[in-house]
Design a binder for this molecule. Structure first.
Ligand code: 3PG
Ligand code: MG
Length: 404
């Protein structure tokens, strides 16, 4: 990778200079607590992951302007998606208050960016409150990027979770400002490169999450490289259907059944599906649930987790692996009765004598929410979509922009 890094920038000297840092502070919130300004962060892993960059800049006397998206608001301010609670948490993590701007490139942001003192940190409001951030039209994005760039002298991208987005703050700001890759981006790319180019065999990939269609490209890209591809989560039901089983009220992508059938035949036994399923009467923690063979899901029930025999089967495949990449929970782990599959598979991954990578927002959050030992994994990525697109071999716009 030919690009300049944060260390290069620190070497050039940043004291008194304004540095615009793109972070991915798109953290999950407790769904049972209020939303918006009083929201409660349920996993601050992404905020912690960018701390080293912020601390290095702060300690070098930079005036640090942090920007991020949160959720998917529609290009206009929406109080549900304010970054205000994240500013508070960031201040706690940094041990010094973070100034928060009520807009991104408006009067408040400009005034607060202008008033920053050396070593102070400012967080701008949600980038996606501006339609220019995600606009398909190049000129619209460039115009917004120009306003962002006007706030600072340098640009650092440490938002690995967003490098697959061709958005103004990721792709267009580095056209205007001298640009540098942060340590998180460098570390993530390093690890994924290792897993992509030269995975030590046996290589086992575990995929979960709800949709086959989201994972189709990565399944196709990985199939030739892996010894086993274990499929759990909501997406396993479309595969089970392709095997000829009825799946009751489980999540099903009807239009993908044919594709799954083709993948199964192409894989020649390397795709491993659950053999039992926890089937509930409804999507609720209080629902009546039973464990049934994957071939016998009752018509009036839906599968919400893989069963214990599947966990054992998956663990057996994972055991001898030298490399494991895991993306996507095995079941609805947020609800206690359906967490055992994800927990069991995660625990099996922690036990390998090899290198494991947890890819993604949801699986990374699952590791921490279920209280698993983070240090037992080789690497926990902050990027879900980003790590999958990297493994697919796609060009990531954020990395491309840094390399220019
Ligand atoms: C993520 O959650 O994967 C990143 O923060 C990117 O968010 P997005 O999928 O809404 O672009
Ligand atoms: Mg996401």
């Amino acid at each position: 990778m030919i690009l300049k890094t944060l260390d290069d920038l620190l070497g050039e000297g940043v004291s008194g200079r304004r540095v615009l840092v793109r972070a991915d502070l798109n953290v999950p919130f407790d769904k049972n607590a209020p939303q918006g300004v009083n929201a409660v962060i349920s996993d601050d892993g992404r905020a912690r992951a960018v701390l080293p960059t912020l601390i290095a800049l702060r300690d070098a006397g930079a005036r640090v302007i942090v920007m991020s998206h949160l959720g998917r608001p529609k290009g206009a301010p929406d109080p549900k998606y304010t970054l205000a609670p994240v500013a508070t948490r960031l201040g706690e993590l940094l041990g010094s208050p973070v100034v928060f701007a009520a807009d991104t490139v408006g009067e408040d942001a400009r005034a607060k960016a202008g008033a920053l003192e050396d070593g102070q940190v400012l967080l701008l409001e949600n980038l996606r409150f501006n339609e220019g951030e995600t606009a398909k039209d190049d000129a619209t994005r460039a115009a917004f990027a120009g306003e962002l760039a006007a706030l600072a002298d340098f640009y650092v991208d440490d938002a690995f979770g967003a490098v697959h987005r061709k958005h103004a703050s990721v792709y267009d700001v580095p056209v205007v400002l001298p640009h540098y890759a942060g340590g998180l981006v460098l570390r993530e790319v390093d690890v994924l490169k290792k897993v992509t180019e030269n995975p030590e065999q046996p290589y086992v990939v575990v995929l979960g999450g709800s949709k086959v269609s989201d994972k189709l490209a990565v399944i196709k890209a990985l199939l030739p490289k892996v010894d086993k591809l274990l499929v759990g989560g909501g997406m396993c039901f479309t595969f089970l259907k392709a095997q000829g089983h009825e799946v009751g009220k489980s999540l099903l992508e009807d239009d993908m059944v044919g594709t799954c059938r083709d993948l199964l035949s192409e894989a020649q036994g390397r795709i491993v599906l659950p053999v039992d399923v926890v089937a509930a009467t409804e999507f609720s923690a209080d629902a009546d649930s039973v464990t049934v063979p994957a071939s016998e899901i009752p018509a009036d029930r839906l599968g919400l987790d893989i069963g214990p025999e599947s966990v054992a089967l998956f663990a057996e495949a994972i055991g001898p692996a030298k490399t494991v990449f895991w993306n996507g929970p095995m079941g609805v782990f947020e609800l206690a009765p359906f967490a055992a599959g994800t927990r069991g598979v995660a625990e099996a991954i922690t036990k390998i004598d090899g290198f494991s990578v947890v890819g993604g927002g949801d699986s990374a959050a699952a590791v921490r929410t279920l209280g698993l030992d983070e240090s037992a994994f080789g690497h926990i990525s902050t990027g879900g979509g980003a790590s999958l697109e990297y493994l697919e071999g796609k060009t990531l716009p954020g990395i491309e922009a840094l390399e220019k």
